[in-house]
Design a protein around this ligand. Structure first.
Ligand code: OGA
Ligand code: MN
Length: 289
């Protein structure tokens, strides 16, 4: 059956944008990201990124350097946290993997809790770009929740009540919650930061909830109460109607907007048997408002 009724062609550039769901997500067909994009193409891709929040470029094969060059066309690349630099030849590319340094399978994937990338930074990540390198035969999805939609669905009194609330984001606490104690050097490298709970997207002007696993508690409110409120809100925001699931295909390059989404990895495959490796670049965002 032809499910292409929504298909739209970006006129000036010849590539095709196919929405993947009514909520968000679109695939982009017919671009070769290993070569520089001309300005019109770059702008059209950027528009699609803002409109669909998650875009997937099919059939790519990028070296790490080509991924860095592709990313740089959309802003300033962001360095990764100390542990995620690894022993990489190109430290701007973080290797997301379910193996240890010796290639032994860990039996789990990382980043399985809802989050938005580097929300503990004063300028949290604008976008993350992941390129599939090794995929399991099935599963290992990346799952997204739309924080525009989750915000918009709140009753008006809740919106009003949340409008001035500030959230403390802490990498240290977030690591503690997955059972890891950070070194002093790591703590100095990633101090806590406060952000509004309801964020105005700097490019679209739309409001979105901004929280996730690095969100520790509410500023000026007792810890336990603030945590409970964040957890309740997260339960609301990650309901099925706000969620889009990306099923990876070989050659995929995924690019998403961290300013209006939460995401997590899904270990829905045999993590003791199959490797899953992706190359990751991030773009720095702006201070939150
Ligand atoms: C990330 C991330 C999810 C995944 O790279 O920031 O959360 O599916 N990855 O691996
Ligand atoms: Mn992430």
């Amino acid at each position: 059956m032809e499910a292409q009724t929504l298909t739209k062609t970006a006129a000036q550039t010849g590539f095709e944008i196919r929405p993947l769901s009514a909520l968000m997500g679109a695939e982009i067909i017919g671009l070769d990201l290993s070569r520089p994009l001309d300005d019109a193409t770059r702008d059209a891709v950027h528009d699609a990124f803002l409109q669909y929040q998650v875009i997937v470029f099919r059939d790519q094969k990028l070296t790490k350097q080509q991924q860095v060059d592709f990313t740089a066309q959309f802003g300033t690349l962001e360095r990764h946290t100390l542990r995620n630099l690894g022993t990489n030849d190109i430290p701007l590319v973080h290797v997301v993997t379910n193996m240890d340094d010796d290639g032994k399978l860990l039996g789990r994937v990382k980043s399985e809790k809802w989050h938005t990338d580097k929300s503990f930074r004063p300028e949290p990540s604008m976008a993350t770009i992941l390129h599939a390198v090794i995929l399991p035969p099935a599963g290992g999805d990346t799952v997204f929740a739309n924080m525009y939609a989750a915000y918009e669905a709140l009753p008006e009194p809740a919106k009003a009540e949340l409008s001035d609330v500030k959230v403390m984001h802490s990498w240290e606490l977030s690591r503690e919650n997955i059972g890891r104690v950070m070194s002093e050097q790591e703590k100095r490298d990633a101090p806590d930061n406060v952000h509004p709970l309801v964020r105005t997207h700097p490019e679209t002007g739309r409001k979105a909830l901004f929280m996730g696993m690095h969100a520790s508690h509410l500023d000026g409110m007792p810890m336990a109460e603030g945590r409970a409120r964040i957890e309740k809100l997260e339960d609301h925001a990650t309901q099925e109607q706000f969620v889009f699931r990306h099923n990876w295909r070989e050659g995929d390059v995924l690019m998403w907007d961290n300013r209006c989404l939460l995401h997590h990895a899904d270990g829905n495959f045999d993590t003791t048997k199959y490797p899953r490796v992706l190359h990751r670049t991030c773009l720095r965002g702006t201070p939150t408002k």
